[in-house]
Design a protein around this ligand. Structure first.
Ligand code: NAD
Length: 325
């Protein structure tokens, strides 16, 4: 019988971490999850779940109590544009996420963990390459000269470099991915930290027939959105690859405008609504995942249509609303 493998998921009470912890458990891993809170939307059937603050080095030392086969570092102070781009949370975002990452890198070496996955973000790419909504450049090597448009992005860049330094100096076996707008069921859909797909699903679901919804900006900014299942697939493939460590984009290259995204959700909901464009925090004009490197190195890239993922996400949010949750 194959030996039991031990996995640790930091941020398991969150959207991606929760999905990942469940997947690893299904794959046969012994799984410990750690988070500030329990998962908001589901019970997680893992072997151990620790409520703890990873900014505290002692907590990190306690949860990384063995030479884990795989550690996934997904914990971060994070949210959608309404959280990241207003500037109101900059100090917390930088301090909280950097503290977690500093603690994890140091302890990871001490505990001789075998592999560490770090979730970076497309937000670390320079703003100057994302001004043209039709032709953004987000190839991995375009990261420098660095000029992210948010402190959230700067922290991600710092932590990527910090982990890579630990790799060079102390042999910490890293894998780094830059996620591009991940969405799906069991994610934040209201309250201010939700991102565009969930926010739009909620607004459309709540709007009365022939009613109106508000969208931030002119709706002509472009983005791509990756359904959670394919994100998990990319993470696991990168983790299993012994010849390439990243950083690599994990995202969809199906670029749409926010207006198209709204159209899709209205189609799914079978509602025709008036869209009112209002001022709001926006981020860059254009963003899309460049998937050339992931294809080259892992022989794989996400391929599911955005529409399909939106159908599943809308259904889940619709149910939450119907249940008054
Ligand atoms: P999320 O906010 O749902 O999950 C992050 C989790 O980290 C939360 O449950 C939070 O409670 C936990 N956390 C925060 N501070 C903590 C602390 N001090 N101690 C313990 N736990 C703490 O976010 P997510 O969407 O699941 O994102 C996971 C990771 O992927 C994050 O690092 C995020 O920056 C990165 N990422 C996500 C996206 C996306 O589109 N969702 C895009 C790019 C990068």
């Amino acid at each position: 019988m194959a030996e039991k493998k031990y996995a640790l998921v930091l941020g398991a009470g969150g959207f991606i971490g929760g999905h990942l912890a469940v997947k690893l458990k299904k794959e046969g891993f012994w799984v410990r999850g750690v988070d500030l809170k329990h998962h908001e939307f589901r019970g997680l059937e893992v072997d151990d779940f620790v409520i703890g603050d990873l900014r505290n080095a002692e907590v990190v030392n306690n949860v990384i109590d063995r030479n884990f086969d795989e550690v996934y570092q997904l914990a971060a102070d994070m949210g959608g544009a309404g959280y990241i781009f207003t500037g109101e949370h900059d100090a917390d975002v930088m301090h909280n996420s950097a503290s977690i990452n500093l603690n994890v890198a140091k302890r990871g070496v001490e505990a001789k963990i075998k592999k560490l996955f770090y979730s970076s973000s497309a937000c670390m790419y320079p703003a100057y390459n994302q001004l043209d909504p039709s032709r953004p450049d987000l190839s991995e090597e375009s990261a420098y000269p660095a000029a992210p448009d948010s402190e959230y992005g700067w922290e991600k860049l710092f932590s990527e470099r910090m982990y890579l330094s630990y790799n060079r100096n102390y042999g910490l076996n890293m894998r780094i991915a830059r996620f591009h707008n991940i969405f799906g069921p069991y994610g934040t859909w209201k309250g201010g930290k939700e991102k565009a797909p969930a926010a739009i699903c909620r607004k459309v679901a709540l709007a009365p027939e022939n009613g109106e919804i508000e969208i931030w900006g002119d709706g002509r900014q472009t983005r791509s959105f990756l359904y959670i299942d394919e994100c998990l697939e990319g993470i696991r493939r990168l983790m299993d690859c012994d010849t390439f460590a990243g950083p690599v984009n994990i995202g969809s290259d199906e670029m749409v405008t926010i207006n198209q995204l709204v159209e899709y959700v209205m189609q799914i909901a079978a509602k025709k609504l008036t869209v009112r464009h209002i001022e709001g925090p926006l981020g860059v004009r254009g963003r899309n995942s460049d998937n050339r490197l992931i294809k080259e190195k892992l022989g794989w890239a996400p391929s599911q249509s955005l529409y399909k993922g939106l159908e599943k996400t809308f259904k889940w949010i619709r149910e939450k609303i119907d249940l008054n949750e």
